[in-house]
Design a protein around this ligand. Structure first.
Ligand code: S3P
Length: 438
C-alpha cells in the first residue's frame, strides 16, 4: 500500500496546467472507435480510467496509436467493432462500463464486462433497465445488479426513457444504443447532467438535440444513424482535477495560483458557482471555446470563505467536486449544507461516509445525512480551530485521496493518505504538480 505524508504549508505560488478532462477523453476514444476515419486527440488524459477504455476498444480490433502527446483512434465505423476474445476489463471506471454498455448493446456479438472490487459493487441496474427495454439482453452475472455484466445484443428499438437520476453515464449509454435503434430515442433526466456526449456526437454527425423544460428537467434525443465521422478533439483541462488546486489556492494562507486550461462547460462548472457564493477570490481569464466546450485560465487567491447551502440542479454540475467542497466548507465561516446528493453513495466509495470519516478524524463537526452532509465551518481568519493532521484511508477513491491531501496542507501536524496511488485514476501527476508549488 502506498502512503503519502502531507505537511502544512503556506504561500502556494505558481502556475498549474490541468490534465485533460476524463469524461471528454473517454468519449473521444469511444466515439472515435465507432466512427469512420481517424480521430486525433490532443491533451488526452492518460489516467488509469481512460486507459481502461483504450484497452477495451483495442480488444475489439480498434487500432489506437500514441505519438508526440497525441492519441490517434483509427475508427472502423458504427458496425466495425470485432468480438473480443476475452473479458473486457473496465478497472475502476464507471464511465467506461456504462457508456460502453450502450455501444455493446448495438453490436452483433456478445461480451462480458468486469472491473475491480469497487466497480463491481456499483449499481448497473440504472443502465440495464433502459438498455434491456431497448431490446438488449444485459444480465448481472452475480445477480446483484452489478458487474460483471454479460451483454448479448438484440434488435435495438428507440425508446422514450425517464431516468430517475440526473446521470450523464445513464443518458449517454441510452443515446449510444439509440444510434443503433430503429427509431428515435429520448432520455429525460430530472435536471441537466454533463452534456459532453451530446456536443461530441453532434460534431461527429449524429442527429441529436436537447431541450431544457420549464420545470428544469432535460431531454436529449438521438435519431438512428448510418455512420459517424471522425473529428479532431482537443480536450480541455478537467475542472474536477482543477478543483483541488483551486481549493488549495483559496485555503492555504498567502497563496496565488494561476490554473491554466480549465474546461468550464456550464454543465460541469457548478464548483465555480459554489466558490463565488462562498466568497472566493477567483478570476476567469482567456476564455475560449472549442468543439462547443468552453475553457479558461483561473486566477485564485487565498480567501475568507463563508458557509452556504448547495442543492438541487446544481448538484449534477459538481457531483465529483463534493469531497473537496467539504474540505473548503470545513474552513468557512458558518454552516455548509449539501443536499440532494444521494448519488455520492454510489461513486468509487460511498463519499458521504468517506468524507465524514476523514473530516471527523481531522476534528471537523460534520453530520452525514441521507442525501448529503452538514458541515460546521471553523474559519481560521475568525480564530477557528485548525484541522488536525490525521491518518486518512482513501479506500482507493482518487477523489478522497486528493481532497484530503489538500486538507493536509492546512492541518496542524502531519497527515497520512493511505492508498495514495489511486490518484492514477484521474490525475497521475497530482503529487508532483503539488510539490512544484510548495
Ligand atoms: C461522468 C458522469 C458522472 C461523474 C463521473 C463521470 C461521465 O457520473 O460522477 O465521474 O463521464 O459521464 P454519473 O453520470 O453517474 O452522475
Amino acid at each position: 500500500m502506498n502512503v503519502k505524508t502531507i505537511y502544512p504549508v503556506s504561500g502556494l505560488k505558481g502556475e498549474v496546467t490541468i490534465p485533460g478532462d476524463k469524461s471528454i477523453s473517454h468519449r473521444a476514444i469511444m466515439f472515435g472507435s465507432i466512427s469512420l476515419g481517424t480521430t486525433e486527440i490532443t491533451h488526452f488524459l492518460n489516467g488509469a480510467d481512460c486507459r481502461s477504455t483504450i484497452d477495451c476498444f483495442r480488444k475489439m480490433g480498434i487500432q489506437i496509436t500514441e505519438e508526440k502527446q497525441k492519441i490517434f483512434v483509427h475508427g472502423k465505423g458504427l458496425y466495425g467493432l470485432e468480438a473480443p476474445n476475452e473479458i473486457l476489463h473496465v478497472g475502476n471506471s464507471g464511465t467506461t462500463t456504462r457508456l460502453i454498455s450502450g455501444i455493446l448493446a448495438g453490436q452483433s456479438f456478445s461480451s462480458i464486462l468486469s472491473g475491480d472490487d469497487s466497480l463491481n459493487s456499483r449499481p448497473m441496474g440504472r443502465i440495464m433497465t433502459p438498455l434491456n427495454q431497448m431490446g438488449a439482453h444485459i444480465t448481472s452475472m452475480e445477480g446483484n445488479g452489478c458487474a460483471p455484466l454479460s451483454i448479448t445484443p438484440g434488435r435495438i428499438h428507440g425508446i422514450s426513457y425517464t431516468s430517475p437520476v440526473a446521470s450523464a453515464q445513464v443518458k449517454s449509454a441510452i443515446l449510444l444504443a439509440g444510434l443503433y435503434g430503429d427509431n428515435k430515442t429520448s432520455v429525460t433526466e430530472p435536471s441537466l447532467s454533463r452534456n459532453h456526449t451530446e456536443l461530441m456526437l453532434k460534431s461527429y454527425g449524429a442527429d441529436i438535440s436537447s431541450t431544457i423544460h420549464p420545470d428544469g428537467s432535460a431531454t436529449a434525443s438521438v435519431k438512428p444513424c448510418s455512420q459517424l465521422y471522425a473529428q479532431p478533439v482537443c480536450v480541455p483541462g478537467d475542472i474536477s482535477s482543477a478543483a483541488y488546486f483551486i481549493a488549495a489556492g483559496l485555503c492555504v494562507p498567502g497563496s496565488e495560483l494561476l490554473i491554466k486550461n480549465v474546461g468550464i462547460n456550464p454543465t460541469r462548472a457548478g464548483f465555480l458557482e459554489v466558490c463565488q457564493a462562498m466568497g472566493a477570490d477567483i478570476t476567469l481569464l482567456n476564455e475560449s471555446c472549442e468543439g462547443g466546450e468552453k475553457k479558461a485560465d483561473i486566477l485564485v487567491r487565498t480567501s475568507c470563505l463563508k458557509g452556504i447551502t448547495i442543492e438541487g440542479a446544481l448538484i449534477p454540475t459538481l457531483i465529483d467536486e463534493i469531497p473537496i467542497i467539504a474540505i473548503m466548507a470545513s474552513q468557512a465561516a458558518g454552516t455548509t449544507i449539501i443536499k440532494d446528493a444521494g448519488e455520492l453513495k454510489v461513486k468509487e466509495t460511498n463519499r458521504i461516509n468517506t468524507v465524514t470519516e476523514g473530516l471527523r478524524a481531522m476534528g471537523t463537526d460534520i453530520t452525514p445525512t441521507e442525501d448529503g452532509m452538514i458541515i460546521q465551518g471553523s474559519c481560521p481568519q475568525s480564530n477557528g480551530r485548525p484541522l488536525k493532521g490525521a491518518c486518512i484511508n482513501s479506500y482507493l477513491d482518487h477523489r478522497i485521496a486528493m481532497a484530503f491531501t489538500v486538507a493536509g496542507l492546512i492541518c496542524e501536524g502531519e497527515t497520512k493518505i493511505l492508498n495514495s496511488q489511486c490518484v492514477e485514476v484521474s490525475y497521475p501527476s497530482f503529487f508532483q504538480t503539488l510539490a512544484a508549488l510548495i
